[in-house]
Design a protein around this ligand. Structure first.
Ligand SMILES: *Cc1c(COP(=O)(O)O)cnc(C)c1O
Length: 231
């Protein structure tokens, strides 16, 4: 008995309920966030049917990927990106959710040249106005999207955000709504976007109510993270 079966089922049930509550019948994908978890844990989760995994730390991710080459996993990079890591990220991942500046997008595009498929990216937006948070400010989003859309080896799929944690459900929903509105604004300008990457273990039902198409869930699948993590 694989103990991921029940956990994944519970999450899929909650996703279904959250969609039904707002009358959605489109798809919400589950990205299992496996940072600090072992390759064995990822394999067991994969054997329980999970195929999309998100990682934050490049070296850790590459080490685990090497042990999982027989698994058909779609790897998503969701952590902060240093520009000297873009080459390896472009080689080892199909998606990057955390692009918040042009330099990184350009380097990912260059590194992806000659690969069979373009890199799928989301622009990370900052809807909490905290100086410490990553993500482009909403007022700078249009200019960044315009530049990124011209890059040859990248497909701009949508937006990602990590809103400030809050116990107030209204503030939580307002932050998710701000991301959705920014996305709608880009779509109105003609961008072909299908991805809204919002929602984590504590708030994915609220994110789905506001239009999430990918939820990124770690602790609700794997339990608490191991303390040590390397970049
Ligand atoms: C760690 C992480 C998650 C998952 O968080 P949980 O609260 O464990 O579900 C999602 N997104 C990003 C960007 C993360 O770094």
């Amino acid at each position: 008995m694989n103990n991921f079966d029940a956990k994944l089922q519970a999450i899929h049930d909650k996703i279904t309920t959250a969609k039904q509550n707002v009358g959605r019948n489109d798809t919400v994908q589950l990205c299992a966030v496996s940072k600090t978890q072992t390759a064995d844990a990822i394999r067991n989760c994969y054997l329980a049917g999970q195929t999309i995994f998100g990682e934050n730390y490049l070296q850790e991710a590459i080490s685990k990927q090497a042990l999982l080459t027989d698994c058909e996993i779609e790897w998503h990079f969701i952590g902060p990106i240093q520009s000297n890591k873009t080459q390896l990220i472009a080689q080892h991942f199909d998606w990057v959710h955390s692009v918040d500046r042009l330099k990184i997008a350009k380097r990912l595009s260059d590194a992806r040249a000659g690969k069979p498929a373009p890199m799928n990216i989301c622009i990370q937006v900052n809807v909490s106005d905290e100086a410490s948070k990553s993500g482009v400010a909403i007022e700078d989003l249009d200019a960044l999207a315009k530049e990124i859309a011209t890059l040859p080896n990248i497909t701009l799929r949508g937006l990602m955000a990590i809103p400030a944690p809050t116990d107030d459900p209204q503030i939580q929903s307002a932050q998710f709504r701000a991301v959705r509105e920014a996305q709608a604004n880009l779509i109105n300008q003609g961008y072909d976007l299908d991805t809204l990457s919002i929602g984590m273990s504590a708030d994915y039902a609220a994110a789905i109510a506001e239009g999430a198409t990918i939820v990124r869930i770690g602790t609700a699948i794997f339990g608490a993270r191991k303390p040590a993590a390397s970049t």
